[in-house]
Design a protein around this ligand. Sequence first.
Ligand code: PLP
Ligand code: CA
Length: 310
Amino acid sequence: LSRMACQRLSPESARDLLNNVDNFMFDCDGVLWSGPKLIPGSLETIVKLKKIGKKIFYVTNNSSSSRRMYVEKCNKLGFPATEDDIVCTSYTAALYLKSINFKGKIYLVGNPAIAEELDKFGFQYIGLGPDRASDGASNYFNPALLDTQLDPEVNCVLVGFDIHLSYYKMMKAATYARRKDCIFIATNEDSHLPCDGDIVIPGTGSIVAACKIPARREPIIVGKPSTYGFTPLQKLHNLDPSRTLMVGDQCSTDIAFGRKCGLRTLLVFTGVLSMSDLEQLKQSTDQQTHEMLPEFCTSSLVDLMDLSKK
Ligand code: PLP
Ligand code: CA
C-alpha cells in the first residue's frame, strides 16, 4: 500500500475521498445502525452522498436477513437501497454455490433468510428449524436416532446464524462434512454479535466453530474478509476498486475485505473497535495484522461530510 496507513481523517483527506471516490460501500451493524438503533448522523450522511451522485452499497456479514429483508429495513429507515445494492451472507452463500455449479442437497445449519436465498436459486436443502432428534431427548444422546435420520443425498453443509443450534445439529453437520466430496461452507466467522450491555451474544463464528471442530476441517467462508461478496457488485455495477471506499467498524472483516479487493478504506469507531483497539493493532509486528489496517480512521461516518466542509 503506497498510502500511509491509519491516518486520522482530516478536512483535506475527507475532501480527497469525496472528490476521488464514486462508490461508497458500507458495513451495516456498527456503521449505519447498532442493533435496532440508528447511529446518529449515518442516515443524513448517506442521503447526502446519494444526492451528490455517489453510488451506495451495503456489504454485511449478517446471514439472518435476505436481500429482500434488507431492502425493507433500509427503506423503512430511509436508506436508499435495492436488492442489487446489497450483499448479505445469506445471498453470498447461495451465489457461491451457483458459481461452482453445485448440484445436490444441502444440510443447512441456518435460518429462514438463508433458505429464502437458496430457494431463489432453486437449491435443495434440509435442516431448517429445530432438529427433530432433540424433541423430548434425554440428557444423553442416542446415536440410533442419527442413523435413521441421515440423508444419503447430502453433499454440502452450509453453516450460518442458527438460533436452533443443537448437539444433534452439530453431529449431523460434522457427519455430512466428513463425507467424501462434501462441500463445506460457512457464511462468516464473527465471534460475537455487537451489544451495548454486559450480555455476551455468540456470533455465527461460534456456531461455525461448533460444527468445524467435530468435522475436523475448515469451511470456505463466503463473508468478509473473503472477497466473494465484492465480485457480484463489481460485475453488476462495473465498479472501479480504486474509486470505491469500504467503510467498516472492524479491521479483521471489513478493512481486510476492502484491502484484499483493492478498495480505499475507512474505519469508524461507532461499532466494535475503539481508537485504543486500533492503536494496539498498529503496534503488532505481525504482517497479517498490518494488512487489515485502514487507510483512514475517524470517530463516526458523519465526519466524512462534516470534516470536508472545514
Ligand atoms: N451476523 C449476525 C447474525 C448479525 O445479527 C450481525 C449484526 O447484527 C452481524 C453478523 C454483523 O453484521 P455486519 O457485517 O453488518 O456488522
Ligand atoms: Ca459491523
